[in-house]
Design a protein around this ligand. Structure first.
Ligand code: MLT
Length: 269
């Protein structure tokens, strides 16, 4: 079985994208986009929960997982362009899109610019603001730290802010999986994506253009993109509903998969 493994591959733009494609091809399509610096495996629980009723696709953003990096500098615009061309390459005219954090930045950019390609949108633990000057400086510092101390030290540091306090005792397998996803991301991808994150444009001022149904999910203990940020997006999107997930931090789909999946299934149906 391809799931949990390499996935299948398709040429898109200048790169080859690795993805899971589960469920029957004629069923409604849902595409999952992971956060930084993870890969498509972070969606395994959701792929399993949905694949009987949907065509479920989870792909690796360029440079992450098993997708090629290409030579271009990374940007959220380039990641969104990859998404649209990935859909074109698979002849997918319309899909529901679900993105977590960086995946949410990409999904928002794609929906705002190509709304006709999307049936609905699920935004998880994400935000619509651009980086502040302080956050930009922290990203540069992080790049320097990675070059100096290496990726495992970066993974250890990042994990501290990713999870709900309870998850450190109840979700040790998930933490190990996240650690391994981060450690398997190259220094080059980490640096290029940190620059892309710091350069991204805000999308808050265009949220009122969204007309498709939107589900916003955020972990109650998310300190990276906190519930306040989700509430602000919810207030700007007329068609949105909001779920604040208990016992979850920034990776809410991994920390509380049963409630996450239940909310997602209700929204989709
Ligand atoms: C992510 O999970 O994708 C990142 O934490 C996003 C960010 O740092 O802005």
């Amino acid at each position: 079985m391809q799931l949990f493994d390499l996935g299948v591959r398709i040429k898109v733009n200048d790169i080859t994208i690795s993805y899971y494609d589960e469920g029957e091809k004629h069923k409604p399509v849902i595409i999952f986009i992971h956060g930084f610096p993870f890969n498509k495996q972070m969606w395994n629980m959701q792929v399993l929960a949905l694949r009987d009723e949907y065509r479920v696709i989870a792909y690796d953003i360029r440079g992450h997982g098993y997708s090629d990096s290409g030579i271009a500098d990374f940007s959220v615009e380039l990641f969104a362009k990859d998404l649209i061309e990935f859909m074109d390459a698979l002849s997918i005219i319309k899909a529901t899109i679900c993105g977590l954090s960086l995946g949410g930045y990409i999904a928002l950019n794609a929906v705002i610019n190509h709304q006709d390609r999307f049936a609905s949108l699920i935004l998880c633990d994400t935000n619509c603001i651009a980086d502040s000057e302080e956050t930009k400086e922290k990203r540069i510092q992080t790049i320097e730290n990675i070059m100096e101390k290496g990726v495992p030290a970066f993974a250890e540091e990042m994990i501290k802010s990713l999870f709900h306090a309870d998850s450190f005792t109840t979700k040790t397998n998930e933490i190990d999986k996240v650690r391994s996803m981060i450690e398997n991301t190259s220094e080059q991808t980490l640096s290029k994506t940190l620059v892309a994150l710091s350069m991204r444009s805000e999308t808050c001022s265009r949220l009122n253009k969204i007309r498709i149904p939107v589900l916003i999910i955020v972990g109650e203990g998310d300190v990276i993109t906190p519930p306040d940020a989700a509430i602000k997006m919810h207030n700007k999107i007329a068609t949105s509903s909001l779920v604040i997930l208990p016992l979850a931090g920034h990776v809410s789909n991994l920390e509380n998969p049963s409630e996450f999946n239940a909310k997602m299934l209700t929204f989709l149906s």
